[in-house]
Design a protein around this ligand. Sequence first.
Ligand code: PAF
Length: 291
Amino acid sequence: MQTANTLDMLRNNLASLRASSGAGSASPATIGLVPTMGALHEGHLTLVRAARAQCDHVVASIFVNPTQFGPNEDLDAYPRQLAEDSAMLEAEGVALLWAPDAAAMYPDGFASSIRVEGVSEGFCGASRPGHFDGVATVVCKLFNQVQPSHAFFGAKDYQQLAVIRQMARDLDLTAPHVDAIIGVPTVREPDGLAMSSRNRYLSPEQRRQATTLPTAMRAAIAQIEQGDDPSDSLDGLHAALLAGGFDSVDYASLVDARSLQGLTELGGSAARLLVAARIGGTRLIDNMAVG
Ligand code: PAF
């Protein structure tokens, strides 16, 4: 695995990769980009494996993006373990690691920001003002720097995925095209809890209680799919989370899967259930398809 930390190194390494089509075919090599902020876990490795299965070469990026952290969020406390992450990516067959520093990504005088209205505004966007502007801006830069044929994101961060797809659609991006922005299904623990680096902050008792989240979501989805009024099912979900040990529910909403507009009933387009709830000091998010 090559590692690039300047744009020149990245471009040189990408040129070599593009010249070598993995499967020995005459068509240009496909490149799958897996953007990350490091502190890698099984969820990230699942993205890398999905990229390897679909593309000739995988480029992973590690960049702890300061513009997506709010003033009350501790950027300095974000875990940084480049050597360990690098070894994990190499073992998964990543061809190139793009690991710029903040000065390479945001040189002096940098003055642009991408704001994706609507889809970025509610849910996690409401409690983290500016967060999705930072995400959209850095992801657009990563796309332009690497120009991948495909890009891979976890569907667990469903609003992030919706923001990135909306940006790609609105700005007519071609590398990757919006249809090649792949949402990789959430990896779950055997008891159904979505894998997350935040699960490590749960005490054994809280970890046991946290399984209420996927269980109550599945129950609410079954009711909605059977024709129950979604608002009754969402009230039931809220009550089940509190009864199961959660301290509060930030949101539990049935939304259009693309626009994230709230839905009062299932209609023609795909729907999604989005939930964020707190247990002790830990905020867990999850989402599932409905219908
Ligand atoms: O999901 C993440 O790790 C980050 O938000 C991303 C997409 C790498 C942008 O910094």
